[in-house]
Design a protein around this ligand. Structure first.
Ligand SMILES: [Zn+2]
Ligand SMILES: [Zn+2]
Length: 207
């Protein structure tokens, strides 16, 4: 498995591209914006994108979904509880003066405990509500893609639609801090971290 990342859009979202060099299969996590820059990495690696995985449906994580779906015909995965946000992409855009078409339909609704098969990998779905109702983290082996749930020394904001601080803290302490200490954490914004580092030094969490 090869992991690439690119920072996209005005909210500086981390979009992750995971591929298998041997088979050329690939997946994209959170194509928030700048479809052309994401697809440049895809082309350079000669990946055929099979799946688009969404940690949640805020505009900065789904903005380029439509374009990428159009060009790759990849299947889109989202937790059902974020469908109202997803379907409101146009409205989310209006708040920032951005114009969007309606996003493409979701191909697969995912839930806690699901395992998405990609090549010889199993991608575990961990439902971590709090930042948004349908926020999830994706775990591949010892790597966690944490979306806007857990950041390097930070946590997701909970003042947006459907947010809950109680739920967010519960998600982090009960579902993420139980993972192996060495698990690498690749968040939706900012630098990567580890579960241990956040357990010890995250100022927002008393665990
Ligand atoms: Zn978000
Ligand atoms: Zn975000």
């Amino acid at each position: 498995m090869k992991l690439n990342s690119v920072v996209v859009g005005q909210f500086q979202t981390n979009c992750y591209i995971i591929g298998n060099k041997k088979t050329s299969g690939g997946i994209i996590i959170d194509p928030g914006d700048e479809a052309e820059n994401i697809l440049k990495i895809v082309d350079e690696n000669k990946y055929i994108i099979e799946n688009i995985l969404l940690t949640h449906a805020h505009i900065d994580h789904i903005g380029a979904c439509g374009k990428i779906k159009q060009l790759t015909n990849a299947k889109i995965f989202l937790h059902k509880d974020d469908l109202p946000l997803y379907e409101n992409l146009k409205k989310q855009g209006e708040q920032f003066g951005m114009v969007f078409d309606d996003p493409p339909e979701i191909d697969n609704f995912i839930k806690d405990g699901d395992s998405i098969k990609f090549e010889d990998l199993a991608i575990e779905v961990i439902h971590t509500p709090g930042h948004s109702p349908g926020s999830v983290c994706f775990k591949i082996g010892e790597i966690l893609f944490s979306g806007d749930t857990l950041f390097n020394s930070g946590i997701g904001r909970t003042d947006l639609w459907g947010g809950s601080t109680t739920e967010l803290l519960e998600s982090i302490t009960e579902k993420l801090f139980v993972l192996d200490d060495g698990t690498a954490v690749y968040p939706g914004h900012g630098p990567k971290t580890t579960i241990t580092h956040e357990k010890i030094s995250n100022p927002f969490i008393n665990s």
